[in-house]
Every structure is written in C-alpha cells, then in structure tokens.
Design a protein around this ligand. Structure first.
Ligand code: FES
Length: 640
C-alpha cells in the first residue's frame, strides 16, 4: 500500500504531501518549486542536483555527480525516488536571464525586392458609411455591411463568424452607421473567400497603425516582431527564453517530457505563456493593444510547431520519424489561445520533415538562397543543426542532431550565453594560462557555446589537446590535471570564478563537443555528396540564428565546425526565421514563395544514410582526419 510522505523544500519554504515512489522532481513540481531540468529528467545533465538534508530515498542514477557531491548529500532530483519524509535544499537555479542583445529597439527591416507589402497585404481596414434602415428599406444589418464593403473596397461576399455576427447589430447602432471594418482578403488564386475580422463603431484615421506580429518559436528563444501592416515598419522586437526550457533544453528531451503521463499540454501552455508575455511587452513598447493585432505568422522547428498545437510529437522521435503534419491550416487566435484579436488569423508556415521545420523554409526565403545563382550553404545552428545547400534552381536539406553542446548544455561547466558566461578564450602557448572575456564583465560562472568553441580551438592550437581530443596531462602547468572525468583543463580556479568553484573543461566535454561539430560537418558533406557538388565549390555560407551572432568564424574553422574558406564568404544574417515570418506577414506573395520553397527542397534523412556515418567518424577529430580539407588550420599548426 502506498504511503504518503511530507517533502519540505527548505530554501523555498514550501512543502508537499506525496505518495511513495514519486521522484523529487515530481514532488517539486507539485509544491511549485522550480528546478531546471535541461535534459528533461533523463539523468544526463546533472543540473537538477539538490541537497538532501534528511530523509529516505532511493537513487536511480547519479551520473554527472562526483563522489564528493554525493558525500556532501547531493542527488539528482529527477533520479531520486521518495521513500519517506524528506527535507531538501534546492540550490539557486541558473536564471533564465534575458540574453543581452535579444531585445532590440524597432528598426527598419529590408523587404526583398519584388515583394510589395502595399500590394500583397491580406489585412485591410475600410471605413464604411452605411445607409441606416427604414420602414421602407428593411435589408438586414449583415447585408448592409456586405453592400458597403463591395462599394467602398470591391470586396465580394465576405464571410463572418458567429461571435462577430452576434455583435455587429450593436456596433452599427453604437457607431451611428459609421464603422470601420477589418477584413482579411486572401489572394485570388487561393480559392478562399474574404472574411470580416472585426468591426469598430468609429471611423479610424488612415495613419492609425494596423497591427500584425511575426513569431519565431526557437527551442531556446521565442521572438516576436510587432509590425504595422500598413507601413511595414517593425515597432517592437522582443525576445525571451522559451519557458519550456525548464522541462528540457533540446527537442528530444521535450518530446520525452511531453509524452509522459500527466504532462499533456504542459509544454503548449508554457510556450503560449512565453508568446503572450512577449506580445504584451511588445504592445506596451509600441503603445498598441494586443486585441488590435489582426494577423500573426508563426515559424519554428517541426517539434516546436507540434508542441505549440499540442499535437503529440512522439512519432517524430522514433523511426521512421514521421510528423503528424508539415502543413497546418490557418487557425484563429481564439482556437490557439494566443491573446491577440480572437478572430485574427494565425498562419503557421510550412515545415519540410521531422527535423527541418518552418524556421528553415522561412530562413531559406529571407536568406536569399532561393533566389541566388551562387552555390550556397545556408545553415541555422541552434539546439539542432539544420542546413540547406543549393541555389535558386535546386535545394537539398538535412538536420543533424548536434545536441545542445554549443548552447552550453551537456558540458559540465556549460551554461547559456547570459551574464557570467565565458564567451571567448585565448591561451598563452608558453605557460598555458588563459585570458578570458566574460559576458557582462566580472568573474565567470561557466562557459557558453561561443566560449566552448573558442576554448577548444585554443586548447588544440596550444597543444594542450591533441587531434583526437585527448588532454595532455603531462604538461607542466596546474591548469591541466586529472579529475573525476579523466583529463581536464581549468579555465578558472575557484578564486577566479563567481561561485567559488573551479570552471573546467573535461575530456568527456571535449568528446561531446567533437560529436556535435562532427555531426554538423558530416551534414554538409552528405548534402554536397547527395547532389554531386564538391564542398569546395560552395561560394558563400549564410548563417542564420542567434548562434551565428556570437561565434568567432576563425575559431569555428579551427575546430572543424565550419568549412575552411575565406572569411569574407561567411555572412551572418541574424534571425532569418523571424525575418521570413515577418515577410509572410506582410505579403501573400512572400508566403506563397515560402510554400514553394518547402515543395522545392529535397529532404535527406541522415539516420538512413551511410555516408553520414562515415563522414561523422572522419570529422571526430580536430579539425578533421583529412587535413587537406582545412589547409589554413594545417598551416597555423605547422607554424606553432
Ligand atoms: S539529470 Fe535531472 S534533469 Fe538532467
């Protein structure tokens, strides 16, 4: 018979009664105590460690904890089964702080040539002066509105929803038959009818903005651009961490969390919370009201789209990796609980396959790869590495599960790119002492993705790490030593760090980074081989996503993450996904082009590809087994 136990979370001052057999993670959730679970509770990341002050429990696994941690009373919350009353202390959690440069002030965004939003816009506002009814002329209210729309704007036979139909009589009379109609007019070739979205008892001035928003749901960050649909001007660009992060940093962990009993809808709720808070923030900044936003376009990877719609994503994880849908019909905001005008349409841009999503179709549009004559590699490296090779005539795409190592997860002292993260490292080749740059200045707390790339390149060039990633522990420096996870290099000693603990990179961490970079490099190789285009003929590399904004190209080439080509061939484009969503928001022609891109791309499933495995194995070295692929790195190594 299951007994109940009292679990007290001392630091939070909260307690909860739970039955035997629950994990400490489940108890914390019930008590409302926040513990981050970057790996989704699989016992892989070690970030959910809590200290047991007293109580009876059973450990399922203690991977990632050292014997000293265990001796000091630490356990992984997700791996600890409650067997009696417990008192637990939860250490301060890594704060989901805003990235320093995610929120930008409104700026002018370039609309590609040939995509004229003044012409292609589907949302229109029309001021109507309607003939009031009389005893002699008894046409119904809705027919009067339709007649006025035809006369004023040539809009034929619009549709209306029941909730709006219930209100129009009152609005017409309140406005004294002078009203403003917001209408959605689909492109002629769509076969869809126009639709009355909203009606206001007033004539609005022409310069009053008509709002729309472009939303990008990244695995890590959600971005919203609030846009005036009339002028095309972006009035607010806001971004924040995706609140789903607490249940897993990578897409696989999220799928696992989502498919567990009792978790259904939790991740959908969290991402909606992120979106709605951002819309609210953007509106405050632009002095707009959320219910005056009449259209939204949404992009994100395929798993994010499934979770947003609360569609089970578990089939994506298992062979043969099938999605429920890659093309989602247009929805209304009220169906999805996005807090803008309830009748606003929500257009989710098309995905390609399980691991190549709408972020890539939108990115392929805004990066220009689909319009160029040049052989181009377009990549978006985030928690997942998605890439497209091609030009305006052909495109192949694939996704490699690089894992979240470049976002600081799965690495012992890894962290996100927030305050306190080491983002750049230089190592003195004589005495092996590091010189570091920390985000926000001050003492460091850990290493973020760009810091890890930089550190790995420096370790390699300084000869501390060999081409297989092994640390040379015989070097005469206290920075190199043998720790609980084999060889390690100390980037900051306890007295140099903000938390009073050493910050190290271990052999196991290096292994994780090598696997991540090898997966990405093997992705390029497979794409190139699939179409018989040698990688050397690639004329430009376009890098989208936040990752590209922070990495040092030189260092990324040195570790073999980016192909060795002149730096001027690399172009960092920022968030290409949200830019694509923005263009689709403003112009149906852009959105049709994105649909066409989705149809045009050939998807290559890497797990079914032998070339991928071979290319991956060859890329598991620094920078690669075949040094002729990295001539400049070979030169630098020879000079040292
Ligand atoms: S080890 Fe518990 S959440 Fe990752």
């Amino acid at each position: 018979m299951s007994r109940t136990h009292t679990i007290e979370f001392k630091s939070a001052g909260l307690q909860v009664e739970v039955p035997t057999g629950l994990t400490l993670t489940e108890a914390a959730n019930l008590a409302g105590v926040t513990i981050n679970h970057p790996c989704g509770g699989q016992g892989r990341c070690g970030r959910c460690a809590v200290k047991i002050l007293e109580g009876k429990f059973r450990r399922r696994s203690s991977l990632r904890l050292t014997s000293q941690d265990i001796e000091a009373g630490f356990t992984l919350a997700c791996q600890s089964i409650i067997e009696g009353d417990m008192r637990v202390s939860v250490p301060p959690q890594e704060k989901v702080e805003r990235r320093l440069v995610t929120d930008l002030t409104a700026r002018k965004v370039k609309i590609p040539e040939g995509y004229d939003h003044q012409v292609d816009q589907t949302i229109k506002r029309v001021n109507l002066t309607i003939e009031p009814p009389t005893m002699e002329e008894q046409t119904d209210d809705w027919s009067r509105i339709k007649r006025a729309l035809r006369k004023a704007a040539n809009i034929e036979d619009p549709q209306i929803s029941l909730p709006l139909l219930q209100q129009i009589g009152t609005i017409l009379r309140e406005g004294g038959w002078e009203v403003s109609a917001i209408v959605e007019i689909p492109p002629e070739n769509s076969g869809e009818a126009p639709r009355l979205v909203a009606l206001y008892p007033i004539h609005f001035p022409d310069d009053k903005p008509l709002w729309g928003c472009a939303i990008d749901i990244g695995t890590t960050t959600v971005s919203v651009w609030l846009t005036n649909l009339i002028t095309g001007q972006v009035h607010a660009q806001v971004a924040e961490y995706n609140q789903q992060i607490q249940h897993g940093e990578d897409v696989i962990s999220r799928i696992i969390y989502d498919s567990k009993d009792h978790n259904e809808g939790v991740l959908q709720g969290l991402v909606l919370k992120s979106i709605n808070q951002l819309i609210d923030r953007a509106c405050k900044r632009a002095k707009a009201k959320p219910d005056e936003i009449f259209k939204a376009t949404v992009v994100g990877n395929t798993i994010m789209m499934h979770l947003l719609l609360n569609i089970p994503a578990s089939s994506i994880r298992l062979s043969p990796f099938i999605t429920t849908a890659t093309h989602i019909p247009t929805l209304k905001a009220s169906e999805l609980n996005i807090l803008i005008h309830p009748e606003a349409s929500i257009q989710i841009l098309p995905c390609i396959a399980s691991y190549v999503g709408a972020d890539i179709t939108a990115g392929a549009f805004s990066s220009g790869i689909a319009e160029t004559e040049k052989n181009t590699l377009f990549m978006d490296i985030g928690t997942n590495g998605e890439m497209v090779l091609g030009s305006k005539d052909w495109m192949v795409t694939c996704a490699c599960s690089a894992g979240p190592a470049f976002e600081g997860a799965g690495v012992i002292d890894g962290m996100r790119a927030t305050k306190g993260a080491i983002e750049e490292v230089w190592i003195n080749t004589e005495n092996f002492e590091p010189n570091i740059r920390v985000i926000g200045g001050g003492k460091p707390r850990g290493l973020c993705g760009s810091g890890l790339i930089s550190l790995l390149a420096e370790l390699f060039l300084a000869g501390i790490v060999d081409k297989s990633g092994n640390i040379n522990t015989s070097l005469d420096t206290p920075r190199v030593r043998t720790g609980p996870h084999e060889g390690e290099y100390v980037v900051a000693f306890a007295d140099e760090s903000s938390h009073g603990k050493d910050i190290v990179i271990t052999h196991v961490d290096i292994d994780n980074l090598l696997r991540a970079k090898a997966a990405i490099f093997a992705g390029y190789v497979v794409l190139a081989e699939s179409v018989g285009v040698p990688l050397e003929t690639v004329e430009q590399v376009l890098i989208g996503g936040s990752f590209g904004q922070y990495i040092n190209v030189e260092k990324a080439i040195e570790i073999g993450l980016l192909p060795d080509m002149p730096w001027e061939n690399f172009h960092f484009l920022g968030n290409t996904a949200v830019m694509g969503a923005y263009n689709a928001l403003l112009s149906w022609k852009s959105s049709q082009k994105i649909d066409q891109i989705a149809k045009q791309m050939t998807y290559i499933e890497l797990s079914a590809d032998n070339t991928f495995y071979e290319a991956f194995m060859s890329a598991l070295f620094l920078p690669h087994t075949d040094l002729s692929l990295f001539p400049r790195v070979a030169e630098m190594k020879a000079e040292k």
